[in-house]
Design a protein around this ligand. Structure first.
Ligand code: COA
Length: 187
């Protein structure tokens, strides 16, 4: 019994060590992405950029689109599904949270979060369970997103409120620095 527990603990520690060593220490994005895609997240498209210090709960419920960028020290709490769609950038130290508790019984509840295409979350944004952020929206630094945000919005504050709308222009600069001329035909 004790030996089995020790073996399980060793396996978990080794797996976590390898996982974060790959994410934090691999210099070449291509190799890093290969490992992340194969072993650590459910679905990941091409050209994703993941900076060091990014952490997640299990990875089993994470889906990343093409040209997604996740900056330093973000935490993806994928107790339920997290989808980050094509072209979206998540600023440093953001928290995307899908797990919560029943406020009477403390039972665990999972609610999926979807962040649309070509969005930008500034530094330190917190997205709460069940929220959907519409395509092309921007969330200001330090905001707490408690409710759905419509597409093309700029929302700020705690709780995040829409302060203006966005007019998106083509050509549009991706996080990789490349320009695109067609949102439906990404490189
Ligand atoms: C959201 C943001 C893009 C808005 O830019 P903008 O459209 O130029 O907006 P403005 O600067 O004109 O601000 C409009 C109002 O919103 C307020 N506001 C702007 N950003 C805010 C924020 N993050 N939280 C709370 N209020 C904010 C401003 O104080 C201003 O309020 P006022 O009308 O009462 O004066 C920008 O403020 C921001 O948060 N950028 C994120 C930067 C960042 O995190 N960088 C890290 C690298 S990814």
């Amino acid at each position: 019994m004790i030996i089995r527990k020790l073996l399980t603990a060793t396996r978990i520690i080794l797996f976590e060590f390898i996982k974060f060593a790959v994410i934090d220490l691999t210099a070449t994005a291509a190799i890093k992405n290969l490992f992340i895609k194969k072993f650590f997240v459910r679905r990941m498209a091409g050209n994703v950029i993941i900076y060091p210090g990014v952490r997640w709960f299990s990875g089993k419920n994470i889906e990343l689109g093409r040209h997604v960028l996740i900056s330093y020290s973000c935490y993806l709490d994928d107790y339920a599904e997290i989808k980050i769609l094509d072209g979206t950038g998540i600023g440093p130290s953001c928290r995307i949270v899908t797990g919560t508790h029943n406020t009477e019984t403390m039972d665990m509840i999972g609610r999926p979060v979807i962040i649309g295409r070509f969005c930008w979350l500034g530094a330190g944004v917190i997205v709460l369970p069940g929220v959907e952020i519409g395509d092309f929206s921007i969330i200001g630094a330090g905001s707490v997103v408690t409710k759905d945000i419509p597409a093309y919005s700029i929302a700020v504050g705690n709780p995040a409120r829409v302060i203006k709308s966005r007019a998106v222009k083509i050509p549009f600069k991706l996080w990789s620095g490349e320009y695109i001329n067609n949102f439906d035909n990404l490189p």
